[in-house]
Design a protein around this ligand. Structure first.
Ligand code: GDP
Ligand code: ADP
Length: 211
């Protein structure tokens, strides 16, 4: 009872509750997140992860990711600068403490886009986020979207598809995610996402209006 009270009080002091987005590569996480952040400017802030993968055309260093070498990333991990890190499809990815603090310092809802290893690791930390999994309607649709995105080589595509099967199973595990959204029709999935986050959005809007 007291524990729950104090953990709520602590969360309130740390600002709004962060939101974790997970799900297979190609499920539509970035598409949905970008729409959300555009519509609700000043409500959400993106936790900019570090990665050793190369930037894609149109991606910006410091906005989509911090693009770093393995050496730099490993050193920062060893220095205790990361909340969590993982290897996905042969590249390192991780959430730095600074990335989350930068968003929380502005009293915004911190959005994390992380894989299932990240979800497992964050569960053991005191971030206390809401967990949302974004899933594709089927493996065939996922493959088509990933191919049409034209960001992957055949090799990295195959790695992503393999990982996607595991991520899809993980999405069904009980007691991991608070919400599951199937991204079939984009507008419908986006509507569900907004509905899911309505309470959080209204809380942040009220606080920013009263300050
Ligand atoms: N654990 C963890 N996973 C991350 C992080 N940043 C991104 N990811 C995940 O890494 C995977 C690959 O991301 P990316 O290379 O951008 O490819 P995409 O998901 O196909 O657009 C996705 O599942 C992301 O959710 C992070 O900081 N930590
Ligand atoms: N509902 C949808 N219908 C059709 N295409 C979609 C839909 N959602 C996303 N896409 C497209 O599918 C591809 C993968 O989406 P993306 O947001 O990059 O996924 P993720 O961030 O989960 O890897 C992108 O090219 C995107 O434009």
């Amino acid at each position: 009872m007291y524990m729950r009270y104090f953990s709520r009080l602590f969360s309130a002091m740390a600002g709004p509750r962060p939101v974790v987005f997970s799900g297979p590569s190609g499920a539509g996480k970035s598409t949905l997140l970008k729409k959300l952040m555009k519509e609700y400017d000043g409500v959400f802030g993106f936790s900019v992860s570090h990665t050793t993968r190369n930037p894609r055309p149109g991606e910006e260093n410091g906005k989509d990711y911090h693009y770093v070498t393995r050496e730099v990333m490993q050193k920062a991990i060893d220095n205790g600068e990361f909340i969590e890190s993982a290897v996905f499809s042969g590249n390192m990815y991780g959430t730095s403490k600074a990335a989350v603090q930068a968003v929380q310092a502005k009293n915004l809802i911190c959005i994390l886009d992380i894989d299932m290893q990240g979800v497992r690791n964050i569960k053991n930390k005191d971030l206390n986020p809401l967990y949302i999994t974004i899933q594709p309607p089927s493996m065939a649709v996922l493959e088509k979207r990933l191919r049409d995105r034209k960001t992957e080589t055949e090799e990295s595509l195959q790695k992503r598809l393999h990982a996607a099967q595991v991520e899809m199973e993980f999405g069904k595990e009980p007691n991991v995610f608070d919400f599951l959204i199937i991204n079939d029709n984009l507008d419908e999935a986006y509507g569900q996402l907004k509905e899911t986050l309505r309470e959080e959005i209204n809380t942040v809007k009220k606080v920013s209006m009263s300050s």
